[in-house]
Write a protein that binds this ligand. Structure first.
Ligand code: SF4
Ligand code: SF4
Length: 83
């Protein structure tokens, strides 16, 4: 299974975790479709990727999302032995 963030819908991403920069509070218009513009963290790009991911703020690293709270995802990280 892939990281749930990679498959996350942009509308959800902006609503849940990346709608503004956690330290500065800044948000900027981001065009995510031909006719759709949302307000988002300035570090978020239209593809859904964080442009500063490797040095993202601690608040982003510590953010817990329900998207990760699934058995499937956890089982992917900690596989259950079959024998
Ligand atoms: S933290 Fe949650 S809402 Fe944010 S991109 Fe990942 S799965 Fe989506
Ligand atoms: S710094 Fe990156 S991970 Fe943090 S809110 Fe902005 S886009 Fe999202």
């Amino acid at each position: 299974m892939t990281n749930p963030c990679e498959a996350c819908d942009m509308e959800e991403k902006v609503y849940v975790c990346c709608g503004r920069h956690p330290e500065t509070g800044f948000r900027m218009p981001l065009q995510i479709g031909e006719k759709r513009t949302v307000l988002a963290c300035p570090c978020l790009e239209a593809s859904g990727r964080c442009t500063v991911y490797s040095r993202r703020p601690q608040a982003c690293r510590a953010f817990f999302c329900d998207g990760f709270d699934t058995f499937t995802f956890m089982a992917d990280i900690f596989p259950v032995p079959t024998s």
